[in-house]
Design a protein around this ligand. Structure first.
Ligand SMILES: [Zn+2]
Ligand SMILES: [Zn+2]
Length: 251
């Protein structure tokens, strides 16, 4: 019989305790409102967790956007063909909709920190396959402007990046990049406007930790890729290789 380490035993005891608590005081799922017996997360039921739309190939070789139909190796979507994105490739775990949108919105704007474990789990489970065979030296999150981070209390990209770095035992550098200009929200801007909005928004704060290294950039949502491309460009200018971009969700 396989012997269990103290961590595995602790996990089993915690699950048992949670199950016992559920019998007397069942918890309500914050996504669907149902009160169910749930093992994995305190405030999200298992059906809601698995309802997140995972991204599956075929997808754009550059930005990871799924598309219908067949395409050969090296296929790029129309957005990437004209965009000159500065990172080698980007991949995301899930679609930015439904329960994922609800959870991310709650975490960022409603101080609902109970979403964090599910958000990390979607991310880690979804991006695992993209790290196979990839050589990465350091993990760097897309920074928030300091004023925004103070107001929010945390940077959601850094939460994801830290979880990933821990899981894969990679160096984590949350302060390698900094946002030196508060930028407007990008939601209603077209690509040219986004590029103008982002000009000189980022700076490499710690060149020594990224120079001559293959960098993994992490953010919560990728929409057009312009923010991540701007980060990749300043990393490249500092002598780094912006190899891989991983995000929780794809807009
Ligand atoms: Zn639910
Ligand atoms: Zn693309």
């Amino acid at each position: 019989m396989r012997r269990e380490g103290p961590a595995a035993l602790g996990e089993r005891l915690r699950n048992l305790w949670r199950a016992a608590l559920d019998l007397v005081w069942p918890r309500q799922c914050q996504a669907c409102g149902e009160t169910r017996f749930c093992v994995r997360f305190a405030f999200l039921c298992d059906p809601c967790f698995v309802s997140a739309t995972r991204l599956e190939p075929p997808w754009c070789e550059r930005c990871g956007l799924p598309f219908a139909g067949l395409a050969g190796e090296g296929h790029e979507c129309p957005n990437c063909r004209g965009a000159k994105l500065q990172f080698e490739r980007a991949r995301s775990a899930v679609r930015f909709r439904g329960v994922v949108r609800r959870a991310l919105h709650g975490l960022k704007y409603e101080k609902e920190h109970f979403w964090a474990p599910a958000i990390e789990a979607w991310f880690l489970e979804g991006v695992a396959r993209h790290l196979a065979g990839e050589q990465i030296h350091v993990v760097v999150p897309v920074p928030l402007h300091p004023a925004r981070e103070r107001q929010r209390g945390f940077n959601q990209a850094a939460l994801l990046a830290r979880a990933l770095a821990r899981q894969y035992r990679l160096p984590f550098e949350p302060r390698a990049l900094e946002r030196v200009r508060a930028t407007k929200t990008q939601t209603h801007l077209d690509r040219a406007e986004r590029q103008e909005n982002l000009r000189c928004a980022f700076r490499v704060r710690r060149p020594a930790v990224v120079a001559n290294r293959r960098v993994l950039l992490v953010d919560d949502v990728l929409t057009t890729g312009s923010t991540l491309s701007e980060c990749a460009a300043v990393l490249r200018a500092a002598g780094a290789t912006p190899a891989l971009v991983l995000t929780l969700a794809r807009g």
